[in-house]
Design a binder for this molecule. Structure first.
Ligand code: FNR
Length: 382
């Protein structure tokens, strides 16, 4: 593919993704987040001063359980967007991923539009991004070009299917991934691009030696719609809605799995907290942050991330969680289409709705009988 065609595609993706964010139904189609609510416990709150938002991911301390997820690079205008995103990452300390670097591996004249991420953010946590079909040597070159701290490898078979110039040959993907993982000097994070990672996929990733997986589910940026509108006759419109939401993926994740990250339709600090309560270590945002920098530049994203930091602290205090990891003790009610999905997959939703009881021994079954006198040990648990 020529550098010109590759650059035009990158500009198309940004334009069409931004249009989706502005659409009336943005973030609502198949969005599992609105199917999840926290059971409110009025006396469970703690002091905001006691909340610590930092997480440890891919060998590094992240100040917030949020990251700017993979988007762009590969043209002059996407290079300018990467610059804005990188400045916001530098000023807030959040991790940032580049868009797929495949175009620059094929046309090194385009590398500058990706390198700007590291140039603007020399000490931050930066993730390089390549497609799963690239060679281990290409993956290493991508990491070197950004002096990246980790490597995202994206899996995007649905997007390729609808993309006019897309691939239709997927059988080599597991072997290709295994080779990339074996040769990589930095942690590898396998990510979807908005269609979700199933329980079987997560098990296979674990077996292939992958340490981190970003489930990137449906309900946010929709690459079926983006690629379909790049087709002359838009004939794949019936595939809109394919895949699982991030919420469904997290609910269905097997016990033996890579460390989970979540993205796909994350709109608010509450959505972030829901991913953490469902077992994710951090949540990524692409489309929403893209709109912020397109509208107001780096300053607007810095301001937004600052506001999210404050809200995350407030929400954890409200939920009685001193750290993001403590959120896995919260009680979650799941309904709507996500409950139907959970039912079909045999997921125990009643247990999720009372899991705080199992983890707080004083609230065991016997103490729910109000006529029974508590023993001293029950009143004063050690
Ligand atoms: C993306 N995404 C993406 N992912 C990836 O691994 N490599 C890439 O090059 C791109 N390119 C890209 C361009 C644009 C403009 C957008 C908005 C997104 C997918 C992205 O990382 C994420 O998985 C999905 O967008 C879902 O998250 P949001 O957008 O709903 O927050």
């Amino acid at each position: 593919m020529s550098a010109e065609v590759a650059s035009t595609r990158k500009d198309d993706h940004v334009r069409l993704a931004a249009q989706q964010q502005g659409a009336a139904d943005a973030g609502t189609l198949g969005n599992g987040f609105d199917d999840v609510t926290f059971l409110h416990h009025a006396l469970d709150g703690i002091d905001a001063d006691a909340v610590e938002l930092g997480v440890h991911i891919a060998g590094a301390a992240w100040p917030l359980p949020i990251y700017i997820n993979a988007m762009t690079g590969g043209s002059a205008s996407t290079g300018r967007i990467n610059r804005q995103l990188a400045i916001a990452a530098r000023e807030t300390g959040v991790a940032i991923a580049s868009g797929s670097m495949s175009v620059a591996l094929d046309n090194p004249s385009l590398l500058g539009s990706f390198r700007v991420i590291r140039d603007e953010n020399p000490d931050g946590f930066v993730l390089a991004n390549v497609g799963i079909e690239r060679s281990p040597d290409d993956a290493r070159r991508a990491v070197e070009a950004l002096r990246a701290d980790a490597l995202q490898v994206h899996v995007n078979s649905v997007q390729e299917t609808v993309m006019p110039e897309g691939s239709r040959a997927f059988s080599r993907w597991p072997a290709s991934l295994e080779a990339i993982v074996a040769a990589s000097d930095v942690p590898v994070i396998v990510k979807e691009v908005g269609f979700g990672l199933s329980a079987r996929t997560l098990t296979r990733l674990r077996d292939l030696g992958v340490a981190y997986a970003d489930v990137s589910g449906t309900g946010g940026t929709d690459f079926v719609r983006i690629e379909n509108s790049r087709r002359p006759d838009g004939d794949y419109d019936y595939l809109v809605g394919w895949g699982q939401s991030a919420v469904a993926c997290l609910l269905d994740a097997p016990a033996e799995r890579p460390v989970l990250l979540a993205s796909g339709g994350v709109r608010t600090p509450l959505d972030v907290v829901k991913t953490l309560a469902l077992g994710a270590a951090a949540a990524g945002v692409s489309g929403g942050f893209l709109s912020t920098v397109l509208d107001g530049g780096a300053e607007a994203l810095i301001e937004r991330l600052g506001r999210w930091r404050g809200h995350l602290t407030a929400l954890l205090a409200l939920l009685g969680a001193a750290t993001p990891a403590d959120l896995v003790r919260t009680d979650l009610i799941v309904d709507g289409a996500t409950a139907a999905f959970a039912h079909a997959r045999g997921i125990d939703l009643p247990a999720l709705a009372r899991r705080s009881e199992a983890l707080r021994p004083v609230h065991d079954d016997s103490t729910r009988d109000s006529t029974r006198v508590l023993t001293r040990a029950e009143r004063n648990p050690q």
